[in-house]
Structure formats: C-alpha cells, structure tokens
Design a protein around this ligand. Structure first.
Ligand SMILES: [Zn+2]
Length: 429
C-alpha cells in the first residue's frame, strides 16, 4: 500500500483506484477516541457512560455533531438508535446504505475503546471519503446502537435487537433500571425518543477491539471475524433448608450452597469437555440468608454457556440439566434451571469475511480468522443484511475494565481495513 501516488479524486474516480489511494488519518481517529473518552472519564483512565444517562446524551451530542459536520443527515428511531447517513452521489439517503456501527454506551467500569472504536472508525472513514471528495453509488451510514452493554437495562444489544426484530420495541421500552426508570422515560429525558423508520442496509461492518487475548498472543493485527459464539444463559435456584450452623449435624443438612458449588465444578467440566470454542461460566451468586452461622437455605446463581455450534450448545445444556437433577437427589435440595437467554451462534457473511481477510493482507497487516466470544450488535444486524466484524488486539485481552487499552497503530490498521472493505461496496462494479 505504499506504492500508490497521492492523487486527486474526482467524484467519479474508479473504485479500484480510489481504494488503493485512500488512507485514513490515524491521529484524527485517535484524537476522536480520546475526546469522546472525556465524557464519563474515570480516575483510573476508563469511562463510565451508562446507556441513556446524561453522560450518554453528551456522548451522543459530541459524536452526532462530528457526523453532522461531516455532512450526514441524522435520524433517530424509537429505541434511540442514531443513523447518520452520507448521501450517495445522486444526493439520496433513502437507498440501502453500506453501514458501519457499534455502540457508545459503556459498562460502569468500562474503557475508552469497546464500542466507541466501531462508531469512531466509521466517522474516520466518512471523513476520509470527504477529504478526497469521494462520491459513492450507495449512501454510507454510521450507526450508534442504543444500550449494547445491558448494564443499566436488559436485554443487552437492545437497539440492534429491536432493529433486527429479535426483541419487540414495546418490551424494551417497558424495561426498568434499578431506580424504576423505564427505557421509554430515559429516552424521552435525554431527547432521543425518535420517530424515524430504521433504514435498511446493503452491508454492515463493525470494527471492535477483540476483548480477548488471541490476537495479542499471536502477534496478529487484524481478526477477520467469521462467527460469534452462541450463548445460553440460565438462572439456577437451589432450595434447601436454612438451619443453625452449630446444632444441625452434617448428615441432616440440606445445604443449598453445597449443591450449588457442585454445579459450579460441573460447569467448568462441561466447558473443558465440549468442542467448538465451548465456554462455561458462573459469574453471579446470591446466598440466602448469607449469614456466617446459618446453613444456606437458598442459592440463586447464573450459568453462561457458549459455543460456535448450536448442536454443541444443546448438548452442553442437557449435560447441565442432568447434573442438576443428580445433585438435587444427592443433596436433598430442589434445583430449578431456567433458561433466560438463548442466542444461536452467528455465521458472518463469507464474502465480507474474505474481503476483510484479503484486504488486510493486501494492506500488509497480519490477519487470521477468529470467532467472537462476546455478543455484538453485528450479531443481530447479520439477520438483516450481509455483515461481518473486524477485530484489533486489546492489551492483555482485557475489556469491560478501566485499564482496557489498544494501540493507535492497531486501531488505525483496523480502520484502514474497514475503509478498504466498504469502499468497493459503496461503489459496486
Ligand atoms: Zn462492545
């Protein structure tokens, strides 16, 4: 990519010539990331900008201002998704756009890059197109999806879920946070209860930090994401009998925490035994009454199972239920297993994945195919149009943490691959 001569692009420049010469501005991308990270900045260098809060409003205003300055028309739909659309060469915004997007809400102890990178990489592509006065056959869109994180309101990936028809608007608007504020109220308060009809896309690409350790460990710059792991989430309630820790003999106890602990071990075994990137996690546990000298009578905990194969996920869940039944008998407790979330695995568009992989190679970056272990807006959007993701390394594989970090050069590389991927689709042959 260093042999191309700088050249002026007439609006009608051939797509191939344009693709070879356009370079994104790494410093500008980095500066926009750092500027957005000021809103909700935490003392340890992270960001706390929960969805639909005043800080989220400020973030949306800052990014929205940049998108408007870059010549976009902004539309907001009923769940607060923001669609910034750069008109095609005929001035149209109502044709299916090639879209880039992600989210700008964060976890309470979030970082500067998760989500924000995808939106601001889209902005950088937009600015690069403008710098070179590139006009396109299709509109280009940058999307900010509402409440990807699911930290304040469930479900996660709310905006893209509504967009894809995976969850209903009514259901989502009625969800409440811990203070009893509904999504509908929060949207109205920050001025993002919109009325726009969500646009349809010709293609969607979402750049994101990997949030895992693989690219960094293998010293690879670009992950061409070919799939996202399916997920099955369970709430498990174990009911035994609370009793005094002193007088109750061991053999007469119905200890809910003991039974729960056996299941925690089983979840780990299941994750280790099954194929297709199997994962299993117990992340949350509530012990009742949670008193030093009382045998726990009730324990409620979560199980998160993942795999790239739907068949494997099914087998893992059956294994879990069989273990629960066995442990219930063994420890004389009742165990209820409720499935609360089921995302099937997602295969991204093979052509887009190949384009990302080839584009990275042509630009001189190391690249590998990879599966996403986390859920992303792209997983829902993939139900509506050809979609894929571009991963870049993050330090130590750590995210959802204030120390989340990524290098300017890796972020720039991902953004360049993004530009090279979307440009031929903006100007299809
Ligand atoms: Zn994210």
């Amino acid at each position: 990519m260093n042999t191309a001569q700088p050249r002026h692009h007439a609006p009608s420049a051939a797509p191939s010539a344009t693709a070879q010469a356009l370079r994104i501005d790494a410093d500008r991308l980095w500066n926009s990331l750092m500027s957005l990270a000021e809103i909700g900045a935490t003392p340890k260098g992270g960001v706390a900008r929960l969805t639909l809060t005043e800080l989220d409003r400020q973030g949306r205003e800052r990014v929205g201002g940049w998108l408007r300055e870059a010549g976009c028309t902004l539309q907001v739909d009923a769940i607060g998704n923001v669609y910034a659309i750069r008109p095609d060469r005929h001035g149209r915004t109502d044709q299916p756009a090639v879209a880039v997007g992600s989210h700008i809400d964060t976890q309470p102890n979030g970082g500067k890059f998760d989500g924000n990178y995808g939106v601001l990489a889209g902005l950088e592509v937009l600015r690069t197109l403008n710098d070179h006065q590139v006009s396109t056959e299709r509109p280009f869109a940058v999307v900010i999806w509402t409440n990807e994180e699911g930290s304040r309101f469930t479900p996660v990936m709310m905006g893209s879920g509504v967009y894809a028809g995976a969850v209903t608007l009514e259901h989502c608007l009625a969800q409440r946070d811990r203070d009893g504020i509904s999504v509908a109220e929060a949207l109205a308060t920050i001025g993002y209860a919109g009325t726009a009809t969500p646009p349809r896309f010709a293609a969607y690409v979402e750049p994101h930090i990997e949030q895992g350790p693989i690219l960094e460990r293998e010293n690879i710059t670009i992950g061409a994401v070919e799939s996202a792991l399916g997920q099955r989430w369970f709430d498990i309630t174990v009911t035994g009998q609370d009793a005094h820790a002193g007088p109750t003999p061991i053999e007469m106890r119905r200890d809910a925490l003991l039974a729960a602990s056996r299941l925690v071990i089983e979840v780990r075994r299941i994750a280790a035994e099954y194929p297709d990137y199997a994962r299993g996690t117990v992340g949350q546990m509530q012990v009742i009454p949670n008193s030093r000298n009382v045998i726990p009578g009730k324990v409620v905990f979560t199980v998160d199972l993942r795999s790239a194969s739907e068949d494997t996920l099914l087998a893992m869940a059956e294994d879990l239920r069989a273990c629960a039944a066995r442990v219930a008998g063994q420890d004389e407790v009742a165990i209820e297993v409720d499935e609360v979330v089921h995302f099937p695995p997602c295969a991204f568009d093979p052509e887009l994945v190949a384009a990302i992989e080839n584009g990275a190679r042509q630009a001189g970056y190391s690249v590998r195919r990879i599966a996403s272990g986390a859920g992303h807006d792209a997983v829902y959007v993939a139900r509506t149009c050809p979609s894929a993701m571009i991963f870049v390394p993050c330090e130590g594989g750590i995210s959802h943490n204030e120390i989340e970090n990524a290098t300017p050069s890796d972020l720039a590389a991902g953004c360049q691959v993004l530009l090279d991927t979307v440009l031929p689709r903006l100007n299809p042959a």
